[in-house]
Design a protein around this ligand. Structure first.
Ligand SMILES: Cc1ncc(COP(=O)(O)O)c(C=O)c1O
Length: 391
């Protein structure tokens, strides 16, 4: 992978230091071009002329094949969604709940997990068991904490593959196997997964995995994918009804509901141009190979942590080494609020990172397209910030 050459496909980030891929990755030229040319094709040739309709359908089916390669699953297990939150909602609102059923989750989670769970608690009488995770917990501690909350009443265990708040990489397969022993389902919020670390649905052992296109894949907004293990498709009921719901119906109210195809969740018109951009994004990631990308993402974050750890006034909240690490690094600077710190880094140095209010910290995403020079520039800027506020 030639990073210099790749960066020439991203002219949009050459006048700034972009370290916020975990929120949204900048789309390279090949993504922008794919969106543009499909949009032009549709607009200039009649969006519903037969050839255009057919090629639009091909984009959708290619998309499922590409995601299945990235996830190591079957294309029939992939639903194309708008984003991670969309997929999480589809599962939470589609599983059969009884009052007293329990969901196990943890206290580092994103609102995209917390809020749909809180809603189920108030609307369906589902009980939430919140696992508390100490910032210095290792995989074994986390496994034990989940194990002590998972009981015969647990119907769903859900958590992020990589926690947005601290970058903690969760022991997914270990938790999934504990959950499966009591017959619970396992939903993983994979917002920070694809394009960041290697994925394999079989090895992870999860039932549902919801993911976006706009982050580490560098795809466009409003593109995502949800994995549903094939044998569980009949168990999840569509909570919103669209074209895929019925294979046959008449005007007297009769309809044949689709039960075992993931197409039953399909709604109606979706954007082929955006999906073409998503496909271009995944194609390039597959070409580079996820093992190379993951290695570089993590290498850069290790370089950052190794430098940051010796800056006075800085406290790193993310795991410092080992299998708990990801390419997200969250830190605090004494005397600096997260929102003010991120704003100052932008105004003074044109560095883009984000605030993580729940941890009173700031978060850096190191993606394979970033350079070591950019990391040094960031550490210098943080050191100046810490020195200014520490004196
Ligand atoms: C862990 C996690 N979950 C969910 C989301 C929301 O993702 P989306 O915008 O794809 O719904 C994010 C976005 O930052 C995230 O980091």
């Amino acid at each position: 992978m030639d990073v210099k050459k790749f960066r020439s496909l991203m002219p949009n980030i050459n006048d700034m230091t972009y370290l916020n891929t975990g929120w949204s990755g900048p789309s390279p030229i090949y993504v922008v071009d794919a969106i543009k040319s499909r949009l032009e094709l549709e607009s200039f040739n009649g969006p519903t002329s037969p050839e255009i309709l057919e090629s639009g359908q091909e984009i959708m089916s290619d998309s499922k094949v590409l995601v299945s390669k990235l996830f190591n699953c079957m294309p029939e297990e992939i639903l194309l969604t708008d984003n991670t939150t969309d997929g999480i909602n589809l599962i939470l609102n589609g599983l059969p709940w009884k009052p007293g059923d329990e969901i196990v989750l943890c206290d580092l989670e994103h609102p995209s997990i917390l809020l749909p769970a809180y809603n189920l608690q108030s609307s369906k009488g589902v009980r939430l068991r919140m696992v508390s995770i100490d910032l210095r917990s290792n995989h074994n501690d986390i496994k034990q904490s989940f194990a002590s909350s998972i009981t015969g009443r647990t119907r769903l265990v859900m958590f992020s593959h990589i926690q947005y708040s601290t970058g903690l990489r969760m022991p997914v397969s270990a938790i999934a196997s504990i959950a499966h022993k009591v017959g619970s389902r396992v939903l993983v919020d994979g917002a920070q997964g694809p394009g960041h670390i290697r994925l394999d649905m079989d090895a992870l052992g999860v039932d549902f995995y919801s993911s976006p296109g706009q982050k580490w894949l560098l795809g466009p907004d409003q593109t995502g994918a949800l994995f549903i293990r094939h044998n569980l498709i009949p168990e999840v009921q569509p909570s919103r009804i669209g074209f895929g719901f019925s294979s046959d119906f008449n005007l007297e109210g009769r309809f044949d509901a689709v039960t075992d195809s993931i197409d039953k969740f399909s709604m109606s018109t979706t954007s082929a141009p955006l999906r073409a951009g998503y496909n271009a994004a995944i194609t390039k990631i597959l070409e580079f190979k996820m093992s190379n990308i993951e290695r570089r993402n993590l290498e850069l974050s290790q370089i950052l942590k190794d430098k940051l750890v010796s800056v006075n006034g800085v406290n790193i909240l993310s795991p410092l080494e080992g299998s708990e690490c990801s390419a997200l690094t969250t830190f605090q600077v004494n005397g600096v609020s997260p929102s003010d710190g991120t704003l100052q880094l932008w105004k003074n140095d044109r560095i883009v990172i984000r605030a993580i209010e729940s941890q009173k910290g700031m978060r850096v995403s190191t993606s394979f397209f970033n350079t070591e020079d950019e990391i040094h520039k960031l550490v210098d800027a943080i050191s100046r910030l810490a020195a200014k506020h520490g004196s």
